[in-house]
Design a protein around this ligand. Structure first.
Ligand code: PLP
Length: 400
């Protein structure tokens, strides 16, 4: 007779649907309820006290914990194979609260030049104000990153693939260097999702997501999540509960619902992105295509080793720069032109108005982001339709 599988033993698509929910289902509900109550009442003063000091499980106040939010944290924690998770109002709150928890004046952090624009602003504007030394290495220059880590640092912060040029950093190799100097390794896994990459398995201490993107998948809720060992997550949770960037329960519900289809969506988006990248490479109007699944990508081998799939994000530079972008993007029909990614609808955005709007043209250029770069978040539409939409937009450019 076959043994019954525990939920932990199921595969990731099954976990996306079922994991983390059971203990939150009440009154026979099959879906996690949205608990909007701000506070939780107690008749018994001793029980209230025990819950308040964390001796007993339960909820006190919505800025600290909420059952709907907890269900979402549990689901993501299980998908990332982590001991603990905590959540935030946005992805940027996840980044900033995590960094502010672990860094104090006089510390040093090593990262890469190509992180998401908001994260990059923390590195270039806010952390230096606190006398935290920030060293940003050339993304993909593993020798330089290793050398900077080995000089000593408190935190190594990675994002791979990067936004928007999908550069890849070898997580296992960089983690090995970080362990030598006792640095904490944080990896932003927003682009890959737990379907395509598991940084904790590669040695990272904390994995971070903007849940606004692929996890939610429907561009209708903001959120951020981190996962890792309980002792580290508890520290960040404490910082967040006091600083107040708690996730809204309605957002948690929407992201939780979106996550039921995470594997289906991301698998489809990954397959379609590969086909679109191959198509784009052959177009006369294209100067460069950035996609880690292409053999021409400088770190294709590392991506192949550490990712299960190359993901639904790619970018391309159009010949003629911003002027061509101005004519090309409005011509597309199956497209949101918006500052978001990871949704079911295909979304295009120039880096200069989306991911790196906070940066000056000079800063973007230093990061290797051409002004005519377009970020493409592939949706779940039929890929033949997406390609024929691109075809008609290219032929419009040629006929102009
Ligand atoms: N990390 C990455 C890789 C992102 O792309 C983004 C946003 O685009 C963030 C973090 C910040 O997330 P949020 O917009 O939810 O604050």
């Amino acid at each position: 007779m076959r043994e019954k599988k525990t939920q932990q033993e199921t595969s990731i698509g099954t976990k996306s649907v079922w994991a983390g929910e059971r203990e939150y289902l009440v009154h026979g509900a099959t879906q996690v309820p949205v608990v909007l109550s701000v506070a939780y009442g107690y008749e018994d003063m001793d029980e209230w006290y025990d819950v308040a000091i964390g001796k007993k499980p339960g909820h006190i106040y919505g800025r600290n914990t909420n059952p709907t939010v907890n269900a979402l944290e549990d689901k993501i924690r299980i998908l990332e194979g982590a001991e603990a998770a905590t959540s935030f109002s946005t992805g940027m709150a996840a980044v900033s609260n995590t960094l502010y928890t672990f860094l104090v004046p006089g510390d040093r952090i090593v990262s890469i030049k190509d992180t998401y624009g908001g994260t990059n602003k923390l590195f270039t504007e806010f952390l230096p104000k606190l006398n935290i030394e920030v060293t940003l290495c050339e993304t993909g220059n593993h020798k330089e990153i290793e050398a900077e880590i080995l000089k000593g640092c408190k935190v190594l912060y990675l994002e791979t693939p990067t936004n928007p040029t999908v550069k890849i950093t070898d997580i296992a190799r960089m983690t090995k260097a970080a362990k030598k100097v006792g640095a904490l390794v944080i990896v932003d896994n927003t682009f890959a999702t737990p379907i395509n990459q598991n940084p904790l398995e590669l040695g990272a201490d904390i994995v971070l997501h903007s849940a606004t993107k692929f996890l939610g998948g429907h561009a209708d809720a903001l959120g951020g999540v981190i996962c890792g060992p309980k002792n580290l997550i508890d520290k960040v949770y404490h910082y967040r509960e006091i600083n107040g960037a708690a996730m809204d329960p309605m957002a948690a519900y929407l992201i939780l619902r979106g996550m039921k289809t995470l594997k289906l969506r991301v698998t489809q988006q990954t397959e379609s992105a590969m086909k679109i990248a191959n198509f784009l490479q052959k177009q006369d109007w294209i100067e460069a295509v950035y996609y880690p699944g292409l053999e021409s990508h400088p770190h294709h081998d590392i991506a192949k080793k550490q990712m299960k799939g190359y993901g639904g994000m790619l970018s391309f530079a159009l010949r003629g720069g911003v002027d061509t972008v101005r004519s090309f993007l409005p011509r597309l029909q199956l497209a949101n032109r918006a500052a978001n990614l990871g949704a079911v609808e295909t979304t295009y955005g120039p880096a200069r108005t989306t991911s790196h709007v906070e940066c000056t043209p000079e800063e973007r250029s230093a990061m290797g982001i051409p002004e005519g770069l377009v970020r493409l978040s592939v949706g779940i539409e039929d890929v033949e339709d997406l390609i024929s939409d691109l075809e008609q937009a290219f032929s419009y450019l040629s006929g102009k």
